[in-house]
Ligand binder design. Structure first.
Ligand code: SF4
Length: 330
């Protein structure tokens, strides 16, 4: 992350935020005066969870991961809504951010991963923070890509990696699943712009949803093959239903193995450059606690009807325990 560049861009981000046009919602509120729009993000960034994540893609781990409040999509399958709703938020001050960075370095973190919620709706606060704290390596902007072109332009050269979701294959699914019919189209536009500026700065992610192979996974993967040749692709075939979905909701089930297999096979047929999951060997980094005392980390384990074990929020301790449990016994 380039702090000098963040500083240079403060005037432009303030002007975007005064009549908020950071994303296609174009709420027009004055975010610099504390106005809030559809995303609910405020003048300052608020953090609800933070830890060093050991189960991100191999190129990104260990990932110091900061979960920020505020989001401009209403995904029914959101994997962090439960935590956002039940955990206390604390303001991400420069002092707290420096402390988090220092503890991440101690724990051997290779990247600093901002997500949410959605980091782009927190861009004014984050640019101010980065301008104040200065350079640090490996900023990953983990985003739904539902932002304006201007907002993402301001991030060019500031973020080192864009980990961008391409969730939807058509407007109907985007409207029904996330409340924004244009979410897929906007995300594809932003992905193409980022890719044109710096192909290696982009990783696109697709989470395969149960019942959405033909309408979403297939068109998204085929589009990536046509429009983003050689881009890194993080294909997630481990969907587990978040809490709170109605029993009759089509997303209230694990991804069937056949659909996971079909998506992986299609990706290989197209010749996509799939990222690797986190490697099993752990470096001999100190296992320093990675969160401020007032921020709990919630690890959850779910077991699918097929016997698959799904873990959410995987710290070093959880990763080591899971690896030990999975090791073959004599
Ligand atoms: S970032 Fe938030 S306030 Fe700004 S346009 Fe988007 S939803 Fe509205």
């Amino acid at each position: 992350m380039n702090g000098e560049l963040a500083k240079i861009r403060l005037d432009r981000i303030r002007s975007l935020a005064e009549n908020c046009r950071l994303c296609p919602r174009r709420c027009g509120v004055n975010r610099t005066r504390g106005g809030t729009g559809a995303c609910g993000a405020g003048r300052r960034a608020a953090l609800f969870m933070e830890y060093v994540h050991w189960a991100e893609d191999a190129d990104l781990v260990p990932a110091q991961t900061l979960y920020l409040a505020g989001c401009n999509l209403g995904c029914r399958f959101c994997q962090t809504r439960a935590e956002r709703n039940r955990l206390p938020e604390i303001e991400l001050t420069p002092a707290l951010f420096r402390d988090i960075l220092a503890r991440g370095r101690e724990a051997g973190a290779a990247t600093v991963n901002v997500l949410g919620g959605e980091p782009t709706v927190n861009l004014p606060a984050l640019l101010e923070l980065f301008a104040e704290t200065g350079d640090f390596p490996g900023l990953v902007w983990n985003t739904n890509l539902y932002g304006s072109s201007e907002a993402f332009e301001l991030l060019a050269g500031v973020a080192d990696i864009f980990l961008g979701d391409l969730k939807f294959g058509n407007p109907g699914c985007a409207a029904g699943l996330a409340g924004a019919a244009d979410a897929g189209e906007v995300a594809r536009e932003r992905a193409e712009e980022i890719f044109a500026r710096s192909p290696e700065a982009l990783i696109v992610r697709h989470l395969v949803l149960p019942g959405h192979f033909a309408c979403c996974a297939r068109p998204v993967l085929e589009w990536i093959g046509r429009r983003l040749p050689g881009v890194r692709v993080s294909l997630k075939t481990i969907y587990a239903p978040p809490p709170g979905l109605a029993p009759a909701d089509g997303l209230n089930r694990f991804l069937p193995r056949e659909e996971a297999g079909a998506a992986l096979e299609l990706a290989r047929e197209i010749g996509l450059r799939l990222t690797r999951d986190a490697p099993p060997p752990l470096p001999a980094a100190p296992g320093t606690a990675s969160r401020p005392g007032s921020l709990p980390t919630v690890c959850e384990a779910l077991i699918s009807p097929e016997g698959g074990i799904y873990l959410r929020h995987i710290t070093r301790e959880v990763f080591e325990a899971a690896r030990a449990a999975a090791a073959p016994r004599d």
